[in-house]
Write a protein that binds this ligand. Structure first.
Ligand code: GLY
Length: 362
């Protein structure tokens, strides 16, 4: 088991290890000593697998348990679903000392986190991520929110959890597709800040998706990503500086994801976005060709793509519409050497020609 402390506006632990879901009640009790009521938020794919276990573990610790299960998918990530959670808590008479638990992937964590951040102006939430993507990214760092018809995650709040409980056994029930998309975010940490993680992934590349059957390795890899995220969040909780490096591959990736109307998975789009940035940095001469090739090979060895047919024109237009834009410039994240990253401000025109040059090397 790995315990990682996140030192942000609230200090909390991320606990990572096999079988932890059976102990979640005790962990929740440790961080919510006075809580009487607990709302477990989950969705229709995850609830049949884990809801009963979480309920049993919570009841054993004396929690009065309520549940809210919504239809799985990004399409549910809206104010109506959050209003459903508020209604359950209001009717049951939740108070400021009660607790919310988010059991599921990124959509669940973001929405349950937002419901907790806003109900009674803020009650505690514990994140129990079940997808790789949520374990290494979404559940850690306190970003919560919902989508609007106008864009993804447009309304939300920073609301740090009281604990994050990551049972790596949950990775075994993911489809290959969902596991692979999580690897997109894992690879991101290796490229932007973590050479030892890159080396682990490189050493195990021939195993591809089969690495998830190696419990020791998965705990290690997830733990390394969590430590990276904790380090970034501790230094820039509100996303005004270094935290933006976590958006490597996302500037173009988000546009690809939105253009597909969310039929393409987030982590897959991030991998494509990273591939496009690798091409552009190589073409600009800031990333050595052998380094670029190593990065592409690592991405593809874990079953992810490095290309997309999006045009530079469309990528720039979409990026200028994204909430990541500040004023009239884009903060573009570059990796010019594995393990380091840079935030470069670019105008729309600069970003377009940067991407156009990258396209020519294909
Ligand atoms: N998912 C990026 C962040 O938490 O900042």
């Amino acid at each position: 088991m790995i315990r990682t402390t996140v030192s942000a506006s609230r200090e909390y632990e991320v606990i990572t290890g096999a079988g932890l879901i059976n102990e979640c009640g005790k962990i929740m009790r440790d961080v919510a000593k006075d809580a009487i009521k607990l709302l477990i938020v989950s969705e229709t794919n995850v609830a049949p697998l884990y809801l009963d276990k979480v309920k049993a573990s919570a009841k054993a610790e004396g929690f009065e348990v309520y549940e809210y299960v919504f239809e799985a998918g990004e399409v549910s990530k809206n104010i109506n679903t959050v209003a459903g959670m508020w209604a359950v808590m209001a009717k049951a008479g939740f108070t400021r000392t009660d607790l919310v638990a988010a059991l599921g992937g990124g959509v669940t964590g973001d929405m349950a986190g937002f419901a907790a951040a806003s109900f009674l102006r803020g009650i505690a939430v514990v994140q129990i991520p079940t997808s790789l993507l949520a374990m290494v990214d979404a559940a850690v760092g306190g970003k919560t929110g919902i989508d609007l018809p106008e864009g993804k995650n447009q309304v939300g709040a920073f609301w740090q959890p009281s604990a994050v409980i990551e049972d790596t056994d949950c990775l075994l029930t993911l489809s290959d597709e969902k596991f692979i998309e999580g690897m997109g975010e894992v690879l991101k940490y290796a490229f932007i800040m973590d050479v030892p993680l890159y080396e682990y992934l490189h050493e195990n590349a021939s195993r591809g998706v089969a690495i998830r059957e190696d419990a020791w390795l998965m705990e290690k890899i997830v733990g390394m990503c969590v430590a990276d995220k904790a380090d970034v969040v501790a230094g820039d909780e509100l996303d005004n500086g270094r935290r933006q490096t976590l958006n490597y591959g996302h500037t173009v990736g988000h546009v690809i994801e939105r253009d597909s109307e969310f039929t393409k998975l987030h982590g897959v789009c991030v991998a494509k976005g990273m591939g496009i940035m690798i091409d552009a940095c190589e073409a600009a001469g800031t990333l050595a060709s052998d380094e670029a090739q190593k990065m592409r090979e690592l991405i593809t060895s874990y079953g992810l793509p490095v290309e997309d047919d999006i045009t530079p024109e469309a990528a720039v237009a979409g990026a200028m519409n994204d909430k990541k834009k500040r004023g009239n410039t884009l903060s573009v994240i570059l990796v010019n050497k594995i393990g380091t990253s840079e935030i470069r401000k670019m105008s729309a025109d600069e970003f377009r020609s940067f991407l156009e040059e990258g396209k020519k090397i294909r």
